[in-house]
Design a protein around this ligand. Sequence first.
Ligand code: IPM
Ligand code: MG
Length: 359
Amino acid sequence: MEKNIALLPGDGIGPEVTDQAVKVLKVIAERFHHQFTFEKGLIGAVAIDATGHPFPEATHDLCKKSDAILFGAIGDPKYDNNPKATVRPEQGLLAMRKQLGLFANIRPVHTYKSLINKSPLKADIISGTDFVVFRELTGGIYFGEKKRSADGNQASDSCVYTRSEIERIARLAFENAMTRHKKLCLVDKANVLETSRLWREVVQVMALGFPEVEVNFMFVDNAAMQLILNPRQFDVILTENMFGDIITDEASVITGSLGMLPSASVGDKNALYEPIHGSYPSAAGKNIANPIGSILSAAMMLELSFAMPLEAAYITRAVEETLSQGWATVDINPDNYIGTQEMGDKIAEHVNEICLHEV
Ligand code: IPM
Ligand code: MG
């Protein structure tokens, strides 16, 4: 198959980790006789430096014409520490999500046997955890009206959701639950927020169409606790934009490191794949970042956008084998680790070996 992939490495460690994903994709392309064409675009602080815009028109056009987008990370401390900055790298990511209609962010969380003792949480609590978070990505407080009073002393961000925005992601979550253990948990704050009450209403109605799915509702504060108290209880978690942002960082601790988690951001026409971690500026250029989140995002791309489940499975298997042989980046094992590129090499070698034996 021939596929065009837009590569948006972005800021901080983004370029390093994305390079490793590309390395692995090239092995897959060679072994399966696919043709992957990569074209780079600017986004984030690097785009502001080069063009003045965090999501330039050229990048938008590149995304539109590509079969899928592989994105690295966004963010730069020179903006974080300046609340008065009017142009910010994150605006690029939010604009991209909105303009491309990437309304569903899918973040799978599961444990790896070889990393079970690397998590700060007890092994018997986290072992066997396997759930997926469906985070709404183009609505809510991220995109509501933002205001500051004339004297600068009052600020507000409004949280808005429409029934159809909730329905379209809820449908994906229900459909996914049907392919898994048929359990769906809506995480909200319906005891306080009107938007959450709308979410509950919509999900309750939709549940009638999925009678096999066991649905439950959990307030986000309780969910934050349940995630580390008993993460095995979850199968599919459905939630709004900001709650999803927060609980997935928390959930990454179960896996062993924030650097491990991939994600897919999908819409009706486009799809983007990105590790859930940020730009980790203090590690940039040091060859210490964990590339697995990016490599697994590439695997999700193969599976979800290119209908290549076997190729995707080989990548996840290669990651598991590499980890179980004890190879680790510093975030996973500070006592014995290899670099970003070396981790990319190891995983690419494993993919190659698996392909040689099985393709
Ligand atoms: C994420 C990130 C982004 C978000 C930031 C960089 C704007 O934290 O993808 O989870 O909040 O959505
Ligand atoms: Mg986040």
